[in-house]
Design a protein around this ligand. Structure first.
Ligand SMILES: Nc1ncnc2c1ncn2[C@@H]1O[C@H](COP(=O)(O)OP(=O)(O)OP(=O)(O)O)[C@@H](O)[C@H]1O
Length: 316
C-alpha cells in the first residue's frame, strides 16, 4: 500500500525570499510514529503547515492518502489533525462544546458517541462540563489533542506536545500517544527532547536549514550518532594529562579537577572499564563519576560538523 503521507521535492520560499524548505522528500507509512527533529528555525512548522494546507508550497507536492494537499485541500484537511503548541481561544467554553465544535468545522455530522470516546480516552470525560480556563496546563493540552481528533483524522501532527511540561505529565503524554497509535492513527511529532524521540518514534527525520539531512530508524540513528559522556571528579588536581593517555581523547575541566571522556554509546561496555583500568594503572584516582547521554543539541552539532567536514573534503 502507498505511504499515507508522501512529500515530493517540496520547496517553500516565503515572500521575503527566505528559502524555508529545500527539495524535501519524505514518505510516512500508515500507523507509524515519526519524529521530526531540528533546531529552532529549521523549517519544522513550515513543513507541517504546508502539509496541513495552511502554507502554500512554492513547488513540489504533498499527498495525504493519495490526495494532493493543494488540489484536494478539503479532503486532505479532513484527513489531518493538528495539535498546536498553544491553546489560543475558547477559554470560556466547556470541553465538550469546544471539541464538538471542532468536528463541525470539517462539515461532519455530530457524533456524540465519538466525542465521548475521545474524551474518555484522554481522561477528560469527568471534565467535559468544565470551562477550559479552569483546567490545569496538562488538561488543556489534552483538550488540544481531543480537538484534533474530533474529526477522526488518519494523520495527526503534534507540535512539541511536551514542551514545558513536567516529567510526570510528559510520561502521561507518551502513554497517550502510544494509545493513539493503537487506534490506527499515524503520528508525526516535533520535539526537542531526545528521550521523547527515542522512546516514541519508529523513525526520526532531522531537518536543518530547510533540508532533511537524515531519516532513519530511531534505534539505528541513536546507535550511529548518540554519544555518552563520562566525567570523573579527580581526587587530586591535574595540570596536564600524561602522554601515555594521549590515545584516549580525554579532556581536563574545572581547572584540572575533572576528567571528561566522550565515546560512542554503542562502545560503552568495552571502553569504560578499559579506561578505568588504565587510569588505575596510571595512579589517577577519582572520588566520583557520572555519565550522561548526548543531548539532541550535541547530536545536531555533530551532524553539522560532519556535513562541513564532508564539504571541505569535497572541495579540497
Ligand atoms: N510567514 C513567514 N514569512 C517569512 N519567513 C518565515 C515565515 N514563517 C517562518 N519563516 C522563517 O522560516 C524559517 C523556518 O521557520 P519554522 O517556523 O518553520 O522553523 P521551526 O523549525 O518550526 O522552528 P522552531 O523550532 O523555532 O519552531 C525561519 O527562518 C523563519 O524565520
Amino acid at each position: 500500500m502507498a505511504a499515507l503521507l508522501s512529500i515530493e521535492n517540496l520547496d517553500k520560499r516565503y515572500a521575503g525570499g527566505l528559502h524555508a524548505l529545500k527539495s524535501v522528500d519524505l514518505a510516512i507509512e500508515r500507523g507509524e510514529i515519526f519524529a521530526l527533529l531540528g533546531p529552532n528555525g529549521a523549517g519544522k512548522t513550515t513543513l507541517i503547515n504546508v502539509i496541513c494546507g495552511i502554507v502554500t508550497p512554492s513547488s513540489g507536492r504533498v499527498l495525504v492518502d493519495g490526495h494532493d494537499t493543494v488540489r484536494d485541500f478539503r479532503i486532505t484537511r479532513r484527513h489531518t489533525g493538528l495539535v498546536p503548541q498553544e491553546l489560543y481561544t475558547d477559554m470560556f467554553e466547556t470541553v465538550w462544546d469546544t471539541v464538538s465544535f471542532s468536528r463541525g468545522l470539517f462539515g461532519l455530522k455530530p457524533d456524540p458517541a465519538h466525542i465521548e470516546r475521545v474524551l474518555r480516552d484522554l481522561s477528560l470525560w469527568e471534565k467535559r462540563d468544565n470551562a477550559i480556563m479552569t483546567l490545569s496546563g496538562g488538561m488543556k493540552r489534552r483538550v488540544l489533542i481531543a480537538k484534533a481528533l474530533a474529526h477522526e483524522p488518519k494523520l495527526l501532527f503534534l507540535d512539541e506536545p511536551t514542551a514545558g511540561v513536567d516529567v510526570e505529565l510528559r510520561r502521561d503524554m507518551w502513554r497517550l500517544i502510544e494509545k493513539l497509535r493503537e487506534t490506527g492513527v499515524t503520528i508525526v511529532l516535533t520535539t526537542h527532547y531526545i528521550e521523547e524521540a527515542e522512546r516514541m518514534a519508529d523513525r526520526v527525520g532531522v531537518i536543518r536549514r530547510g533540508e532533511i539531512i537524515v531519516v532513519d530508524e530511531t534505534a539505528s540513528l541513536m546507535k550511529k550518532l548518540g554519544r555518552k559522556h563520562l566525567s570523573l571528579h579527580l581526587q587530586e588536581t591535574m595540570t596536564k594529562l600524561p602522554a601515555s593517555l594521549d590515545d584516549w581523547s580525554l579532556t581536563l575541566a574545572e581547572g584540572g579537577r575533572r576528567l571528561d571522556y566522550s565515546f560512542a554509546a554503542e562502545e560503552e561496555h568495552a571502553c569504560v572499564p578499559a579506561l578505568l583500568k588504565r587510569l588505575q594503572a596510571e595512579g589517577i584516582e577519582f572520588t566520583n563519576l557520572n555519565t550522561r547521554q548526548s543531548t539532541l543539541e550535541e547530536i545536531f552539532v555533530e551532524l553539522v560538523h560532519e556535513e562541513e567536514d564532508q564539504q571541505v573534503e569535497e572541495t579540497s
